[in-house]
Design a protein around this ligand. Sequence first.
Ligand code: MF3
Ligand code: CO
Ligand code: CO
Length: 259
Amino acid sequence: MIILKTPMEIERMRISCQLTARTLKMIEPHVKEGVTTEELNDICHQFIIAQGGIPAPLNYRGFPKSICTSVNQQVCHGIPGPRVLREGDIINVDVTTIVDGWHGDASKTFSIGKITPQAEKIVRIAKECLDVGIRAVRPMGRLGDIGAAVENHAHRNRCSVVHEYCGHGIGRAFHEEPAVLHYGRPGTGEILRPGMTFTVEPMINLGARAIKHLPDQWTVVTKDHSLSAQFEHTLVVTESGFDVLTDLDGEYEGAAAAY
Ligand code: MF3
Ligand code: CO
Ligand code: CO
């Protein structure tokens, strides 16, 4: 069952989503050579608590930390720990907050110092895949329009799309229906209706799409050890298009008017 949110509920979700976005902005200057992923976790944890939020990943299905940090060939769900970031690394920081019972979920891939052209490519294509997915959202459109747009952009650029993990409805629960696949066919799947809230969060690999888990049972890595990158936003379908609730600086403002 897809839970449609009322305008008042959307405004409550926006508060959590904006804290998520502010956490990602706050952590950016700390994501530098020499820092450990655990230090990034602790800074985010303290910030979220100080702002009146709760970090949703902590103890979620047994996850031991407050954010996910996924480095280089790690696809998602990396557990913060003693690993020290080095020049040339790329790292996805995935933040989910709960404020007043409502969730906000977003992530971003950062670069450490100078990175290789290949790393630059996968980060750029992953961001573009998020953007084409978001911009495919329109009321009375279909969920499959999003996946098709993402998949098409990845394949045009000879990158692959991870199938095992997807975007998701979000609200009072971290993960709700529908599953937002990052591949598919236009004009298929659920109808997008105003008040639907979900994430778009494509995981894009430089090599093949196959993944495996590390022995920690959480960290997902590419099977061929190729680089992977991801960006994520939480958005709501509106009467005229979409509203990106985790957008902090108006990057997607006015986009809905295009429809
Ligand atoms: N934030 C992730 C997502 O985008 C989920 C992390 S679940 C955790 O859906 F348990 F690993 F934190
Ligand atoms: Co998510
Ligand atoms: Co997330």
